[in-house]
Design a protein around this ligand. Sequence first.
Ligand code: S5P
Length: 267
Amino acid sequence: MRVEDLWGQRWVSCTNPLAQRYMETAARKQTLVCLAADMKSIQDLLDLIEEVGPHIAALKTHVDIVDDFSIESWGALVESANRHDLLLFEDRKFADIGKVSQSQMAGVHDIRSWADIVTAHRISGPDIVDGIAAGWADADREGGVLLLAQMSSSGNLLNANYTEEVIFTGSRSPHVIGYIGNGSNAEQVAALRDRVGEAQMIWTPGVNLEVGDGDMGQRYGHPKNSVLAGADAIIVGSGIHGADDRAGAAAEYARVSFEALSRREAE
Ligand code: S5P
């Protein structure tokens, strides 16, 4: 299917190069899955990517949970992500002042040198986005920020007014490619899409084929409902890496998400 037919208005309006690369990859591989690869060793990460790589469109990491991290061995993960044509997304959830966020893009993990996308909270002020962008610029690279507009965890403090401020900031910055939305609640995703319009992405964690409460306050909605409500990527962790048949699970999330997008655009 042609990418413009699959994505409709989103393809036309959402012109950020990283967003366009994601949409092309998703169309070619027929999947909207961003894998939340919450593994604790580099070998576990590499094994997981080898198994599920063909069924996912992006790879999300938490580099600071990897026990045996070194910038040299991380190179193997970057190489693997490139080989599978995956955007590399470090879910760092930056939250400090702009200047410190710029420094945190460097440091031991040197996120600026390998991540295409990072997450950030808006809590400290809008300058955090410029700080992160300056971090990439220090490494002669450009990347995209996903601002947390909603969260999937129960009791979070991101209320509707806060979400509004996040979108106000994000819509004015060329560095913000979109938002994290609450995939556990399709009505919230639909409300977010109404406010965001067509020009930016919404990626939703808190999705699982088994809906309901997860561990430690996590909540899950169905990935199909999230995509029908306006999500462009589903962020799936334990639904894939916790499955007995990880490749089979990834293929199923790919099928469900891709079918939902095709249905959304046909309606
Ligand atoms: O609100 C959020 C935002 C994020 S980025 N809720 C989340 O769960 N996440 C991330 O999504 C979280 O850090 C984890 O990596 C992933 C969800 O994993 P799962 O195992 O619950 O699917």
